[in-house]
Design a binder for this molecule. Structure first.
Ligand code: NFS
Length: 671
């Protein structure tokens, strides 16, 4: 039994994590798991009923009809809190995209060290979206124009941000009609802050209209631009073999864990770790070399492109340090716990901050600069190697799983039809016939208030049985990877018969890893291409698809959920609801809750709901998928109808005597 209030098995579904939590208790150190138990959430703030926007408060509205000192109602307060979270999430993703755009500009102008344009085809394709001339021009010339265009989207004051035009035509028209097309990325984030300053926008629905606009500036703006540029600079992902969980750390190597979000640094650390100078330096220090691994979305970026193993998801950051085997944890931005530094003080691990935007007291700061990227990356690795001699006894849980990541939307398009007829037709057909009931995107964080990975993997596995194809990103993807759900045919016997046929025919795992959280825009692109392919309606809200974030915790997750709703998706969040309001949901405390669900559904065809019970999440997902199927006039899903062809059928036939097999196959008897 853990020293905390929950057993190890109640804290996490991951055996490697359980092992490390036992170790934490043996050492008497805290982790987010134990701190979550020591620090119960504030039930007033947690429900969105606390306003601390000005110095007259904080005002806690716990009774029906109560207002803040300024007279703000609970609806206004909830809407303000919600949009502020969306704005912070959009800012984080989009600022990442901005940095990527500046890196692209510097690469195009030959001002960087170690970078190059790796995917010229994608560069040309993206340039064409915006009518940037490509014929007879060098990649650098095109990249320079694209970088200028993308950089300008942040400070643009009027008009429309350009990636909007990549959405289905009908959706664009809807956004224009509702006046929610973002004018400029920064403008929408700033306006969200302005509107929520004391004494500004006090109509909750009006505030939430701007939440949509702010979130769209993320999904069809900053995040989309970030994904484009990452692919152009580092290559568009395609399937490869990877591994996940703490067992990827190595006893006889210098372990460097990269953690955070921006691929600019991590990609260069990957390059530097393979440099002969660094390998020799590590060997001189008595190690076999440098073993890189990742945590959080940085892990996803380098896993998707280079197959660098993922040491784990959000809640694994402290657990990696608890192994005592990590020489350096190199962090950039987002999802980095301040607790790392104090925890690392019990071991030899160095926490190295690298972003000019993020410092943590007590960490070593080696600032990253794309103009000297390789030099900085080598210096970071040498710091880690110098630390190898200080390693004490290491406890590395021998738990790891293989996976096949790398399912960019370009690759999904290709795999469904091959080079000459790449298309989403086979997927649309599979949905239309009912082999695939629908699609679910299961994404988002870990949250120590729920059992780590459990909600993700339970919902994933149950939906697979129901012939729902799953795409995943972020820490949710790493949860499935750790459980072995992303490996080719492994586990297909637990998948519904129709979906199994598709997976066997196309040769894909039933759960597709599509990348980091900014790469949720790949899912928007997939949905758009499915619409454009035909047969599933003429807008995203008609596709039988649902988005789920069962273990969400970050503001970025709320921004993602909101832009998915604005794009027409039904989005279900697990865990707690930041807009739950009064416990008994009296009439005046559920306006925001209803607006995000029924209101947004009326306006955008998508809706946002917070559902704690995983079985209810599954039920509502299937109900929504079936409702969309019916609206399209597709046959009702029938699990008995398929599973009679493909490899499954062949395996069955192999059990028959030869004569019967021939008869079943060819309908003939005898020679
Ligand atoms: Ni997404 Fe990726 Fe993970 Fe949550 Fe954090 S790493 S950006 S926010 S915790 S999924």
């Amino acid at each position: 039994m853990a020293k905390g209030k929950r057993s190890y098995e109640e804290r996490t579904a991951d055996p490697a994590a359980q092992e490390m939590l036992i170790r934490a208790d043996e050492l008497g150190v805290s982790t987010a798991f134990s701190r979550a138990e020591d620090m119960p959430p504030c039930n007033i703030g947690g429900a969105g009923m606390c306003c601390k926007i000005c110095g007259m408060g904080p005002c806690r509205l716990t009774k029906d009809g109560q207002t803040g000192v300024c007279g703000a109602t609970i609806d206004t307060i909830q809407a303000r809190n919600f949009i502020r979270a969306v704005a912070a999430g959009a800012a984080a993703h989009s600022d990442h995209g901005r940095d990527m755009a500046f890196t692209l500009k510097a690469v195009a102008n030959g001002e960087t060290e170690g970078y190059m344009i790796r995917d010229v085809a994608k560069l040309r394709r993206v340039a064409q979206y915006y009518s940037i001339p490509i014929e007879g021009r060098s990649p650098n010339e095109i990249a320079n124009d694209l970088a200028d265009l993308y950089i300008s989207q942040y400070g643009q004051q009027t008009g429309e941000i350009v990636p909007i035009k990549r959405a289905p035509a009908k959706r664009q028209a809807l956004w224009r009609e509702k006046k929610v097309v973002p004018r400029g990325v920064d403008r929408e984030v700033v306006e969200a802050l302005h509107r929520t300053h004391i004494g500004d926008d006090q109509d909750p629905e009006h505030i939430l209209v701007h939440a949509i606009r702010t979130a769209l500036a993320d999904g069809w703006g900053g995040s989309m631009m970030a994904t484009d540029i990452s692919d152009i600079l580092f290559g568009t992902p395609a399937p490869l073999l990877g591994q996940a969980n703490l067992g990827v750390l190595k006893e006889d190597m210098v372990n460097v864990v990269v953690h955070g979000h921006e691929p600019t640094l991590s990609q260069m650390v990957v390059a530097a770790s393979q440099d002969p100078e660094i390998i020799e330096y590590a060997q001189k220090a008595g190690a076999k070399g440098v073993n890189l691994s990742g945590i959080c979305c940085t892990a996803n970026e380098i896993l998707m492109r280079q197959g660098i193993p993922a040491a784990g998801n959000f809640l694994h950051q402290e657990l990696a340090i608890l192994t005592g085997a990590v020489e350096a944890m190199v962090v950039d931005v987002q999802c980095i716990m301040q607790a790392l530094v104090e925890l690392a003080g019990n071991f030899h691990t160095k926490i190295i901050t690298t972003s000019p935007k993020v410092k943590i007291k007590g960490a070593v700061h080696i600032e990253f600069d794309e103009h000297h990227a390789l030099t900085v990356a080598k210096s970071i690795l040498k710091t880690a190697i110098d630390n190898y001699k200080n390693r004490g006894k290491a406890y590395i849980p021998q738990v790891r799983e293989d996976l096949i990541p790398g399912f960019s939307h370009e690759y999904i398009n290709y795999m469904l039809g091959g080079s000459y007829r790449a298309s989403f037709r086979p997927l649309n057909d599979a949905i239309m016939t009912g082999r695939v009931r629908g699609v679910a995107a299961i994404v988002g964080c870990n949250n120590p208030r729920s059992k780590q990975d459990y909600l993700h993997t339970y919902v994933t596995q149950e939906l697979l049985k129901q012939d729902v194809l799953i795409v995943e990103t972020g820490c949710g993807a790493i949860a499935s990877a750790k459980l072995g759900l992303m490996l080719g045919e492994a586990g297909l016997e637990k998948v519904g018969p129709g979906l199994r046929e598709i997976c066997e025919t196309v040769g894909i795992p039933p759960v597709l890893h599509m990348g980091s959280c900014v790469d949720n825009t790949r899912i928007l692109t997939v949905l758009t291409q499915m619409v454009e392919e035909g047969g599933l309606g003429d807008d995203i809200d008609q596709v039988p698809a649902v988005g789920l974030a069962p273990e969400w915790m970050s503001e970025k997750a709320l921004a993602i959920g909101t832009y998915c709703v604005a794009s027409g998706a039904y989005v279900i969040f697990g865990g707690s609801s930041p807009i739950s309001g009064m416990p008994d949901r009296v009439s005046d405390s559920d306006l925001v809750l209803r607006y995000l669900s029924e209101g947004w559904e009326r306006l955008y065809g998508g809706k946002m709901e917070f559902i704690a019970d995983p079985d209810e999440m599954i039920r509502k997902t299937l109900e929504h998928i079936d409702k969309k199927r019916a609206a399209l006039g597709l046959p009702a899903y029938d699990p008995m109808k398929f599973g009679r062809s493909g490899d499954a059928r062949m395996l069955e036939l192999e059990k028959l005597p030869a004569m019967e097999r021939r008869q079943a196959l060819y309908g003939v008897v005898g020679d």
